[in-house]
Ligand binder design. Structure first.
Ligand code: TMP
Length: 218
């Protein structure tokens, strides 16, 4: 097991703007000589991308949705994430299990004890104690009303993006609860600021955490 692998995830409600920083983040790590595996959830493997299409488009009950999300995650961990971390790469992942607790748990009101059981089943890996989790999670925190304005008219909404603002209020509360339960892992990014200011926050946080060399980021 390599000690150098870095598992970095980005989280936040739809419209918070997290994905628009992935290109710059990848470039920054590569400029510092790191191999980067850029990926996303649900998705990241052919099987998981197939499941993503179903999860984002087909109506289903919350248990089915949770099982599919975790099935996709298991394939993603086994095929992509774990091998990359063992190689010592940076895994830059757009969403992970925090999204399940926020969307299926808080948003849909699904039983969090069941989600915790699935999390243990899926993320238990030899040598990872107690569970595979991101080393750092950037949480793009934005008021649901502002996110809804940003999303309006941007593209044809998927099943989640089409949810009312009350759903996203619950999802945001779900994220806040996840952060409160594991504060060390999270960096809160104030996503209400301009895109440049948000990027500054991201850079500053990663330098402060010691995973980016500050002298190369300017
Ligand atoms: P994305 O648009 O940021 O790629 O995310 C896809 C959607 O899937 C987003 O609306 C959040 C949702 N989602 C869940 O509901 N549960 C999950 O576990 C994950 C990873 C995403």
């Amino acid at each position: 097991m390599s000690d150098n692998g870095l598992f970095l995830t980005l989280e936040g409600i739809d419209g918070a703007g997290k994905s628009s920083h992935l290109d710059a983040l990848e470039a920054l790590f590569r400029a510092q000589g790191r191999e980067v595996v850029r990926t996303r959830e649900p998705g990241g493997t052919p099987l998981a991308e197939t499941l993503r299409g179903l999860i984002l488009e087909k109506p289903m009950d919350p248990l089915t949705e949770s099982l599919l999300v975790f099935a996709a995650r298991r394939d993603h961990i086994v095929q992509i994430i774990e091998p990359a971390l063992v190689r010592g790469d940076v895994v830059l992942c757009d969403r992970f299990t925090d999204a399940t607790f926020a969307y299926q748990g808080a948003g849909r009101g699904f039983d969090e004890a069941v989600l915790s059981t699935l999390e243990r089943w899926v993320q238990a890996e030899a040598g990872r104690a107690p569970l595979l989790q991101p080393h750092i999670t950037l949480w793009f925190d934005l008021a649901p009303e502002i996110a809804a304005q940003r999303l309006a008219g941007a593209r044809v909404p998927d099943k989640f993006e089409a949810q009312p603002v009350e759903f996203f209020s619950r999802v945001a509360q779900g994220y806040a609860a996840r952060v409160a339960a594991d504060a060390k892992r999270f960096v809160r990014i104030d996503a209400s600021q301009s895109r440049d200011q948000v990027w500054q926050q991201v850079e500053t946080a990663l330098v402060a955490r010691g995973v980016l060399n500050g002298s190369v980021t300017r």
